[in-house]
Design a binder for this molecule. Sequence first.
Ligand code: GDP
Ligand code: MG
Length: 173
Amino acid sequence: MKGKQIKKKICLLGLYGVGKTSLVRQFVYNKFEEKYLSTIGVNISKKSIELTNDFNENILLEFFIWDIANIEKFDTVTQSYLSGAHGAIVVSDILRESIIPQTIEYTNKFLEINNNSKIILVGNKFDLADKNSFDSDNYISKLSSLNLPFYFTSAKTGENVENVFHSLGKSLI
Ligand code: GDP
Ligand code: MG
């Protein structure tokens, strides 16, 4: 493909077990694992996507995706990993509404480190939502104070996973 090539560092944020590693795995390898994939230190995956910018130019965007262990600690090591990121995907788990305040806190802390970063919010494990009782509008409204794009995803079925990365990519080029 002809066109510009751009490299961007992005990070996954969110509490233990929300599906950060699973989302990266689905996006990069189209694979899903039911068991917990323990993350040690930091895993950096690469994947390129093709996009067109506002001038209709082809862009090859290479993501460097940082999946950081114990990200919820926000200690100095974590902060040094986050530093210099152009974007982040902040993940919450739709089965645990109680973690929404932490999700908001992580987003704000990340923005303190990387002021001009682009962020997409994700409510993951959407495949497990009870279609009769899950109130998606209510869930979204709890994150609306952040005023950021939001998607429901499933790292298991792949629903919206590509869309999240493409949407973040679009905002980065
Ligand atoms: P992390 O700690 O945020 O990296 O979470 P993981 O990616 O390791 O996922 C934690 C657990 O949730 C694992 O058992 C995954 O199989 C499971 N999981 C992650 N995403 C999904 C999803 O979208 N749907 C379902 N059903 N399970 C998921
Ligand atoms: Mg992980």
